[in-house]
Design a protein around this ligand. Structure first.
Ligand code: TYD
Ligand code: MG
Length: 452
């Protein structure tokens, strides 16, 4: 059997494996992404690359239950999206586009926590470059060890002798394992490196942060194929030309997902933004049409942000629909509801939609603000700046209640909003001072109240 090789096909987009070539990947639906890979059956598996304890099955009742101990990273935002700090022995993936701030954020951790024994492995930058970045970020770097290496076996070996509390690996695309034959950055290398690090983290109890690049559409092989391997996935969002960065938890085996942290990129690193509303609500003059503020909820936090729309007559035959930070299919659905249920003819209009601050919105409560911004632009009628919205829109044009309205109302009141539009079916337990709650049942009622 030894030496016999087998050919498999990998999708470079999602990592799906198939015994034969296919034009379209059945898993992610991408075209022309399957590449051939030869597997040597005689290759020694990575299982033996480092020594770890031998495991035997254990009865569930015999396992001691203990609270997860967590290491604080002295960064409120980062601790919060991790669920209260990093868990020893966990593998955390930080993904994002190049230049968004992954290396900066990860180097800020040892700088903020000088007493946390950290090994920072750099495969992308020289140790001089890391030093320069460290100087720029300020702080105490004395205890953090910088290691320039790309062979995963040497990294594990070094980490086993140093025994840090935290190891940072920048980045998965530059690392390679001897047990996989392809070049660094290929699907099989990325999987092998991540699997090796996961075993290492679990067996040594050392927390590992792995950095991975991803493009906007997730096309380049990388973090997408790692999501199911690692314990926690934190993903950077936002526009790397602007100064705000949003870090979202999209998977967390030790905490809740859909948590969100906001940072500002400054001349000396990423600054925590503890009150995101302050940067996501309007910063322009009053009386601009096409904008509406949504009271949204992300994870446990409520904040307000601006939705911007531009509606104009289509220059060519078919109208264009484009949305940044919002699902364009949902936008099309909302436009169809406006057309069929409320009689607004938008089918011949171009509609562009944008969410402030490069935010990607999944909260359905944002529907109401989207509809208001679209109508406001269409009629060139500015919505009063002290109004905000929270409501989901159903296919028959009805406005549906949203989760945790009290939280949204109190955040809006705290920021000085005077009116909040909600669904007629919303149940509110508290009494609120200084903010008027306007309940609307459907789109015609909303239009009557807002644009009268
Ligand atoms: P970086 O962390 O290198 O991004 P990634 O590792 O995700 O590729 O961030 C690089 C960008 O951040 C670069 O455009 C320079 C900018 N930057 C600052 O604005 N301030 C700083 O203090 C640092 C270190 C970087
Ligand atoms: Mg980097």
């Amino acid at each position: 059997m030894s030496g016999k090789s087998k050919t498999v096909w990998f999708c470079t987009s999602c990592g799906n494996e198939s015994p034969k070539w296919m034009g379209r990947c059945p898993s992610c639906g991408e075209w022309n992404t399957m590449v051939e890979k030869t597997l040597e059956s005689g290759v020694k598996r990575a299982r033996n690359t480092f020594s770890g304890p031998v495991h035997k099955p254990v009865a569930l009742k015999e396992i001691e239950s203990s609270e997860e101990t967590r290491i604080s990273l002295r960064n409120t935002e980062l601790n919060r999206i991790l669920g209260g700090g990093i868990v020893p022995g966990s593998l955390v993936l930080i993904g994002g586009e190049p230049g968004i701030g992954k290396s900066t954020l990860s180097l800020q951790i040892p700088l903020n926590c000088p007493d946390l024994k950290t090994l920072y492995v750099t495969g992308e930058e020289s140790i001089k470059q890391v030093k320069m970045r460290g100087d720029r970020l300020g702080g105490n770097i004395s205890d953090c060890l910088i290691f320039s290496e790309t062979r995963i076996e040497s990294i594990i070996e070094e980490a086993e002798s140093i025994r840090p509390q935290l190891m940072i690996v920048d980045s998965v695309q530059t690392m390679y394992s001897e047990s996989a034959e392809s070049t660094p950055g290929s699907v099989s290398q990325i999987k092998e490196v991540a699997a090796t690090l996961l075993r290492f983290a679990k067996e040594s109890g050392i927390a590992v942060i792995l950095i991975g690049h991803i493009t906007k559409d997730g096309y380049i092989a990388g973090p997408k194929i790692l999501e199911h391997i690692v314990d926690v996935v934190l993903q950077f969002e936002g526009d790397n030309r602007g100064s705000y960065r949003i870090l979202r938890s999209i998977k967390n085996r030790f905490g809740s997902t859909s948590e969100l942290a906001v940072f500002e990129m400054t001349g000396n690193g990423l600054r925590e933004v503890s009150n995101p509303s302050e940067l996501l609500i309007p910063m322009h003059e009053q009386g601009l049409s096409g904008t509406a503020v949504s009271a949204m909820l992300d994870g446990a936090r409520s904040f307000l942000f601006e939705v911007q729309a531009l509606v104009s007559s289509a220059a060519y035959g078919t109208a264009q629909r484009s949305a940044t930070g919002f699902d364009v299919r949902r936008l099309n659905m909302l436009l169809a509801v406006l057309e069929r249920r409320a009689g607004f003819h938008l089918s011949a209009k171009d509609v562009f939609l944008n969410m402030a601050g490069g935010l990607r919105i999944t909260d359905p409560a944002c529907d109401l603000a989207v509809v208001c911004a679209v109508l406001s632009s269409n009629f060139d009628f500015a919505i009063p700046p002290d109004c905000c919205f929270a409501g989901e829109i159903g296919l028959s044009g009805e406005i549906r209640p949203v989760s945790q309205p009290d939280k949204r109302i109190s955040e809006a009141a705290r920021l000085g909003f005077k009116k909040i539009y909600l669904s007629s079916f919303t149940k509110i337990d508290q009494k609120f001072e200084g903010i008027q709650i306007i309940k609307v049942a459907d789109i015609p009622a909303l239009v009557k109240s807002l644009f009268k």
